[in-house]
Design a binder for this molecule. Structure first.
Ligand code: SIN
Length: 509
C-alpha cells in the first residue's frame, strides 16, 4: 500500500522536463479538465496556499494545487451533511442510478484526457492509465445498477401477529481518503456505492495525484450529481485531513493506504465510533507449483508484479516457485522482464513507467541491496536507468530467503524476488507467515490442490491460475492487518448503509 506522503521533502525534483507535460496538457481535448482547485460547498475553490504536484516521468513540478486547511474540511463536512439530508429525502435509488450512468458515459467519453492527466501525475503508461479509466468507470456502471437492488428482508417473527422488516439506509456523510497508485479507480470504487446508497462524501484525494480526482469531479457535476453531495479537499496538511476521522458529522470513513496510517485513522475514528472500511497493505504470495502451466504462471506474474510499476497493494510481493521448476520459471520470467521498455508513461513505446516519487525508488533499491548482501542473485535489473525521473529497472532476484527484508516488507516497486520451496505444506506456511492478508495467487493444474490451497491461504482474495483478480463484480478487501470491509461487488454498497429492522406487532392478520 502506498504511503500517503512522499516523505522526501523536495521529492527529489530536478530541473528541466516541463516541456513533456506542457505539451501533453496543451494537447488535451478538453483542457478544462486539468483543475488545481478544491471543490467545496458546490464551488471550485482556488486558495493562495498551494502544494506542488510532481510529474514522475521527468521529476518536475506538474502544477500547484489548492491546499485545504481545517476550516475547509469543516465547511465541506457541514455542507455535505445538509445536502445529504435534503437530497436523500428527495430522490429515488433509480434517479441516483441514472445519474451514475451519465457519469459513466462522461468518464468513458473523456478516457483520453483523463488517461493523459492520470499518466502525467502518476507516471503509469498511457495504455495502463486508459485501462485504469475503464476500470474506474466499471465501478460507476456497476453501482448505477446496484443502486436499485438494495433490497430489505421480511423475517418471520417468533411472536404472534408480528412481522420484522429490514431497510437499508444511507450512513450519512462519508469521509473518503484515497491513494495515488489508482488515482481514478480508488475514487470511483468508493464514491459510486456511497452515492448509490444515498450518502454524501468529502474526499481527500492523494496529494501526489489530485488532478485525476478533480477531473472526475467535474464530470460528475456535469452528469448532474449535486455539487454539495460531492466535496473535494486536496491537502498536504495531515492534521486538517484527520478531521474526516474525528468530526462527529462524518459517519463513515473509507481509507485505502498503508497499514500504519489505517491503524491511526481507525483509532481516531473510534472516538465517535465511525464505521470504517480499511483497505491496507499487502505482502502477496505468488506460488508456482511444479504441475503448473509455466507460461501461464509467467504471464500472471508479469501482470500482477509489474502492473503500475509494481505499485499495487495486490502486487505479487513474494514469488514462491517449487524447486523442480524454479530455474525454468525464472529463465522464462527474465526473458519477459528483459522485453519491458522503461520510460516516460506518455511515450508510446514505454511498457513500464516510473515510480511515483524518489522514496519509492529508494525503497526498491534498499530491498535489492539487502537481498544481495544476504546472498540473493540479480537475474536481471538491479539498478536505476539513466533517466531524469523516478525510475528503477524491472528486477528479478533468485535465491531469496525469508531472512531478507523483501520477505516481510511490501516493496511497492518493480522487484520480483524468487524464493524456492520444497513441499505444499512448506509453501503454505511461508505464504501465511506475514501479518498481511490481502491477495494471494497460485498456479496449479491439480483440482484437489486448487481447492486445498485456495482455502489454506490467509488472505481476502485469491487468484488461481491468473494474476488478474480486480474487477467491479469481485469483492475486494483483506484480512489480518490488510484491513476490513469489502469494495465493489454486491457487498460494496452495504459499507455505506445501515440496516434498520422494523418490528410491527399486534397486527390483525
Ligand atoms: C490498490 O492497489 O490499492 C488497488 C488495486 C486494484 O484495485 O487492483
Amino acid at each position: 500500500m502506498p504511503a500517503e506522503t512522499n516523505g522526501s521533502g523536495s521529492n527529489g525534483a530536478k530541473a528541466g522536463g516541463e516541456e513533456y507535460h506542457q505539451k501533453a496538457i496543451s494537447a488535451l481535448k478538453d483542457s478544462s479538465l486539468f483543475i488545481s482547485d478544491a471543490f467545496i460547498d458546490g464551488q471550485w475553490v482556488d486558495k493562495e496556499k498551494k502544494f506542488p504536484v510532481y510529474e514522475p516521468a521527468t521529476a518536475t513540478v506538474l502544477g500547484n494545487v489548492t491546499n485545504c486547511d481545517l476550516d475547509d474540511f469543516k465547511k465541506a463536512i457541514e455542507s455535505a451533511e445538509k445536502a445529504q439530508v435534503e437530497y436523500f429525502a428527495s430522490t429515488t435509488a433509480a434517479q441516483r442510478g441514472a445519474l451514475l450512468r451519465k457519469w459513466f458515459d462522461l468518464i468513458t467519453a473523456n478516457t483520453d484526457d483523463i488517461g493523459t492527466i492520470l499518466s502525467l501525475e502518476n507516471g503509469k503508461t498511457l495504455a495502463e492509465a486508459k485501462g485504469e479509466v475503464a476500470y474506474a468507470a466499471s465501478f460507476v456502471s456497476w453501482f448505477s445498477e446496484e443502486a436499485t437492488r438494495s433490497y430489505g428482508d421480511t423475517i418471520p417473527s417468533q411472536y404472534p401477529n408480528t412481522t420484522v422488516l429490514t431497510y437499508k439506509e444511507p450512513v450519512g456523510v462519508c469521509g473518503i481518503i484515497t491513494p495515488w497508485n489508482f488515482p481514478a479507480a480508488m475514487i470511483t470504487r468508493k464514491i459510486a456505492p456511497a452515492f448509490a446508497a444515498g450518502c454524501s462524501v468529502v474526499i481527500k484525494p492523494p496529494s501526489e495525484t489530485p488532478y485525476t480526482c478533480a477531473a472526475l469531479t467535474k464530470l460528475a457535476i456535469e452528469a448532474g450529481i449535486p455539487g454539495k453531495i460531492l466535496q473535494v479537499c486536496p491537502t498536504k496538511d495531515r492534521a486538517a485531513a484527520t478531521e474526516l476521522a474525528t468530526n462527529p458529522i462524518v459517519k463513515k470513513l473509507s481509507f485505502t493506504g498503508s497499514t500504519g496510517v489505517g491503524k491511526m485513522l481507525a483509532k481516531l475514528a473510534a472516538g465517535t465510533l465511525k464505521r470504517c472500511s480499511l483497505e491496507l497493505g499487502g505482502n502477496a504470495p505468488f506460488i508456482v507449483f511444479e504441475d503448473a502451466d509455466l507460461d501461464l504462471a509467467v504471464e500472471g506474474a508479469m501482470f500482477c508484479k509489474f502492473r503500475c510499476t509494481g505499485q499495487t497493494c495486490v502486487c505479487a510481493n513474494r514469488l514462491f516457485v517449487q524447486n523442480s521448476v524454479a530455474e525454468k520459471f525464472t529463465a522464462k520470467l527474465v526473458e519477459k522482464v528483459n522485453a519491458l521498455k522503461v520510460g516516460p508513461g506518455l511515450d508510446s513505446s514505454t511498457t513500464q513507467g516510473p515510480l511515483v516519487n524518489k522514496s519509492g525508488v529508494d525503497k526498491v533499491k534498499e530491498h535489492v541491496e539487502d537481498a544481495v548482501s544476504k546472498g540473493a542473485k540479480i537475474e536481471t535489473g538491479g539498478a536505476a536507468p539513466d533517466l531524469p525521473g523516478f525510475y528503477y529497472n524491472p528486477t528479478v532476484l533468485s535465491g531469496v530467503t525469508p531472512k531478507m527484508v523483501v520477505a516481510n516488507d511490501e516493496t511497492f516497486g518493480p522487484l520480483a524476488p524468487v524464493f524456492a520451496f520444497e513441499t505444499e505444506k512448506d509453501v503454505i506456511h511461508m505464504a501465511n507467515d506475514t501479518e498481511f492478508g490481502l491477495a494471494g495467487y497460485f498456479f496449479s493444474k491439480d483440482i484437489s490442490r486448487v481447492m486445498r490451497v485456495a482455502r489454506a491461504l490467509q488472505c481476502g482474495m485469491v487468484g488461481v491460475n491468473t494474476g488478474k483478480i480486480s474487477a467491479a463484480e469481485a469483492p475486494f478487501g483483506g484480512v489480518k492487518e490488510s484491513g476490513y470491509g469489502r469494495e465493489g461487488s454486491s457487498l460494496g454498497m452495504l459499507e455505506y448503509q445501515n440496516v434498520k429492522s422494523v418490528t410491527i406487532g399486534n397486527l390483525d392478520v
